[in-house]
Design a protein around this ligand. Structure first.
Ligand SMILES: [Zn+2]
Length: 255
């Protein structure tokens, strides 16, 4: 199957791909990009996460606990603040499924913290999803991925759907949440490693250009906490990404 015809910027995409190759280096990166092409060459109505895909050549592929595995509640399309499907000019806050190739939709990885931690990762996930659905009125948990203190990576809302995690900058931003409060305490080494591994995979799969802290986009928050923020510039370097919000390009609605 060919890539969708709206992918009409081959030069830009090629430059981005080459930059990724330069950053990641070598055959492993090529393999990762090959896997990415396979994963995202079709309409991403429901994106198959890598551990569920058949490809095994991607050295960066992390294990991701699926929604079914952690017992996520289903999506609520009657939600008061994210109800129904997105419709340009009619229902701009609705459930927005990215059209076409996700590599053309995403630019920035935005890092968050949950600011609370329950008894364990799963309990924290369920609380986060409950808060987002009940208190915020969203259709689902707002983040695309969540990482617990043991370094377990959990699937949040489907990557083929716009997140709700960075006010006014959700379109084109992949949201990753470190579970816990990192204003005064640093993440565990396992949790940080999970962020590195997941970030490396997302950067390659989605051809991201930037990594940013939530607080860089929304000045009213300290999320993801000073002890995370102080490490993010180095993480961006490690992943071959620019640091900050300069790379944010809102994806044009495609409906
Ligand atoms: Zn945040």
């Amino acid at each position: 199957m060919q890539r969708p015809s709206h992918t009409n910027q081959p030069e830009v995409s090629r430059r981005r791909m080459l930059r990724k190759l330069a950053a990641a280096g070598g055959a492993a990166a090529l393999a990762a990009l090959g896997a990415a092409a396979g994963l995202f060459s079709q309409r991403p109505r429901v994106v198959v996460l890598p551990n569920e895909a058949e490809s095994s050549e991607d050295a960066f592929r992390p294990r991701i606990v699926s929604r079914d595995e952690w017992g996520a509640l289903p999506v609520d399309h009657t939600a008061r603040n994210e109800g129904g499907l997105y419709q340009s000019g009619v229902n701009p806050e609705g459930w927005y499924e990215y059209a076409g190739d996700l590599r053309d939709s995403y630019q920035t990885l935005v890092v968050h913290h949950s600011a609370f931690y329950k008894a364990d990762g799963r309990a924290t996930l369920l609380e986060a999803q409950r808060l987002h659905r009940r208190d915020r009125g969203w259709a689902d948990v707002g983040y695309h991925f969540m990482l617990d203190v043991d370094g377990v990576i959990y699937e949040g809302r489907n990557l083929g759907v716009r997140g709700v995690h960075t006010q006014g900058r959700n379109t084109g931003s992949a949201g990753v949440c470190l579970l816990g409060d990192f204003r005064f305490r640093a993440p565990t080494p396992a949790q940080w490693s999970a962020l590195v591994v997941l970030g490396r995979w997302l950067a390659a799969e989605l051809e991201l250009t930037h990594l940013a802290a939530h607080s860089q986009f929304n000045e009213g928050t300290v999320c993801p906490g000073a002890r995370v923020i102080e490490q993010l510039s180095a993480l961006a370097d490690q992943l071959g990404l620019g640091y900050g919000i300069d790379g944010y390009i809102p994806a044009a609605p495609r409906l």
